[in-house]
Every structure is written in C-alpha cells, then in structure tokens.
Write a protein that binds this ligand. Structure first.
Ligand code: SAH
Length: 241
C-alpha cells in the first residue's frame, strides 16, 4: 500500500476548517450559493434536521466533485456518475448517513471509498481528522485535486485496499464504509475505538441494509437503518473482483 497524503498539512493538524472564508485558497468560489441554498431546502424537506450536517453541506461546493459535463446538476438531490464506473450518492443519502455518526467535531474518522472526495470534505467539517482510502488511483487523484481546490486540510488520503483499514492512525472514533460488504471486515472492527461507531452497508452484492454498529469490548452492537444499494466493497476482506 502506498501512502498518499495531501502534503505537509495532510492529517497532521486537528481542527475544523470553515472554508466559507477561504479566499486565500479558493479557486472554487461560493458562487453557486443559489442552487446550494435550494439543495439545503430540499434536504430539510426530506427530513434532515442535523444542523452540523446541514452546515457541512452548505460549506461544501459539490460542483467541484462532479465531472464538468454535469456540473449544472451538482445541486440536485440526485446520484451522479463520477467516472471509473462509480457514482457520488444523493446529498440526502450522505446527510442521513453522516447524521447517524453523531460527530461532535473532535473525532478521528476513517472513510473507506473516497470516490469523488465529496463526502470526505463533508466529514472534514464534522470531525477533527479524516483518513480516507480509495482503491482506484484515477479517482483518488481527482479527489485529491478537488479537495485541494476547496481548501480542506484535515484530510489524509491513501491508495489501497480499505478493507485492511489504516492501522497507523487507529483507533478511529468512527468508520464510514461507502461500499457494500457481507460483513464488517475484521481489521476495521479491530481499528475501531471502544464506543466507536462503524457505518456500513451489509448484505449481498446488489442489496444491502445500511447498518450502524457500536463497539462494546469484543462485540459490535448493531442497528439496521434502511435498505440501500451501494457498489461492492472489493478487496481481501470484501467481495472478490
Ligand atoms: N462517497 C463517495 C462515493 C463512493 S462510491 C463520494 O462521495 O463520491 C464507493 C467507492 O468505494 C468507489 O470509489 C470504489 O472504488 C471504492 N471502493 C470499493 N472497494 C474499496 C476498497 N476495498 N478500498 C477502498 N475503496 C474501495
């Protein structure tokens, strides 16, 4: 596995970064606030009430994370293709997903499946440090560029099989798995802090139940949330390729 971080700042400095005032970095301006405002309304209508999550959505320019040909659709509450056969989820799905973690801003979080990097940046507004692993180099490279452009600094990225986790920075207060598995990969369980939560779609290759599990000693206390369809988690402790 090759460690690929965002440079000197990547992951070393805890602390949230509010990039609404990121004129110093900002090649991505807060110029689509109109459509983003409408997205916020849609999320509220769809029952998202978690203010920290709504704020994270408001601070994150989704258009920076989708291919230019579909940027005009970036603020629809719709899943969109991001290339390499992968999709970026609907914002309301991200929002619901993130609300389940009940982050307070102090956590160290591991994300498996960086994809476009959009959710990674949402997380960066909700936690102290975000570690994210992606197995497709092309996606990770694009995500790294987009993350740089929006100016998020408390994020470290790794190219590799996320089913092994990222032992170096464990334990994690929360782990988010953005792809579906049959069961919680053993290394991810081991890298979860006592009382920490893992959010993971569990089921078959095609259909899963979004599950949140809390570590209590050597066991995971599980709760089912909702039926979902995620792409398969591929790898040593996931599905075969
Ligand atoms: N949350 C992302 C979308 C993720 S799609 C976003 O906001 O854009 C799921 C991602 O998981 C895909 O990019 C896929 O390549 C990745 N993935 C699947 N199995 C993986 C594994 N074992 N390790 C790391 N990434 C994996």
């Amino acid at each position: 596995m090759v460690a690929r971080t965002l440079g000197d700042d990547g992951g070393e400095r805890p602390g949230r970064r509010d990039h609404s005032g990121s004129a110093d970095e900002g090649t991505v301006e807060h110029d689509l606030h109109g459509p983003r405002g409408r997205l916020m309304e849609t999320l509220r209508e769809r029952g998202i009430t978690d203010l920290a999550v709504l704020r994270a959505v408001d601070l994150t320019p989704r258009h920076a994370f989708v291919p230019s040909a579909i940027q005009h659709r970036a603020y629809e509450d719709a899943a969109l293709p991001i290339g390499s056969g992968q999709t970026i989820s609907q914002p309301s799905v991200h929002a619901r997903y993130l609300s389940e973690l009940r982050l307070t801003g102090h956590e160290r979080v591991l994300e498996i499946g960086t994809g476009s990097g959009y959710q990674t940046v949402l997380l960066s507004h909700l936690a102290a440090q975000v570690f994210s692993i992606e197995r497709v180099r092309e996606l990770l490279d694009r995500a790294r560029d987009a993350i740089r452009r929006v100016g998020a600094r408390n994020i470290s990225l790794l190219l590799g099989d996320g089913t092994f986790g990222w032992r170096e920075y464990a334990p994690y207060d929360a782990i988010l798995v953005s792809a579906g598995a049959q069961d919680v990969p053993r290394p991810l369980f081991e890298q979860l802090a006592e009382g920490g939560r893992i959010l993971i779609p569990l089921g078959t290759r095609d259909d899963q139940i979004l599950t949140v599990a809390t570590r209590r000693g050597d066991t995971l206390v599980r709760r089912d949330i909702t039926p979902v369809r995620f792409v398969p988690l591929l790898g040593t402790y996931g599905w075969g390729e």
